[in-house]
Design a protein around this ligand. Sequence first.
Ligand code: SF4
Length: 164
Amino acid sequence: MKVRVGISACLLGRPVRYDGRDKFDPLLAETLAARIEWIPVCPETEFGLPVPREPIQLEDDPARPELRGVHSGCSLSCAMRAFCRRRVDELGEFDLAGFVFKAKSPSCGLHVAVFHGGETVGRAAGLFAAAWMERHPELPVVEAETLHDPAALEEFLAKLKIEQ
Ligand code: SF4
C-alpha cells in the first residue's frame, strides 16, 4: 500500500485558486504519484469561498495573524481557524504520513508574508498549515517548491519512510 500524504489541491492541477487557475506540479502529480497516494485538500474552497474569489492575505501580528480580503478588508480569521481545526480532525481517517503545502498561500504556506500598512512585518504559517502542524508536530511538512531540490526531496521521502 502506498504512503498517504496530504497535499494542497491546486498542486495536483485542480483549478481552485483565487484566480480560477491551478498550480499543477508534474513532479508531485505525476512522478511522485507512483509512490505516494495524495490526499488533496483546498482549505479555501472547502471552507466555502468561491472560484474565482477575492485574494486574501495575512495581516497585523505575525504571532497570530488576521486573514483578510486584500481589497475588502473583511476578516475570515475566526471562521477559517475553526474550519481548519475541524478539517484537520476529519483528515485523521486517512492516517496521513505528512503534508506538502503550496508556498505563499495565506492558507497553505509555511512561511507566508504578513502585512501591515502595506509593509511586510513578518512571516507566519497559513491558517490551515498552522492548524495541521499544531495537531501533528511530529509529521514532516514541506512546501512543494522545496522538493525540486534533489537533496530536499530525498530527505522528505526518507522522513516518509519511502525507499529511493
Ligand atoms: S494554496 Fe491551498 S487554499 Fe490556495 S488554492 Fe491551493 S489548495 Fe486552495
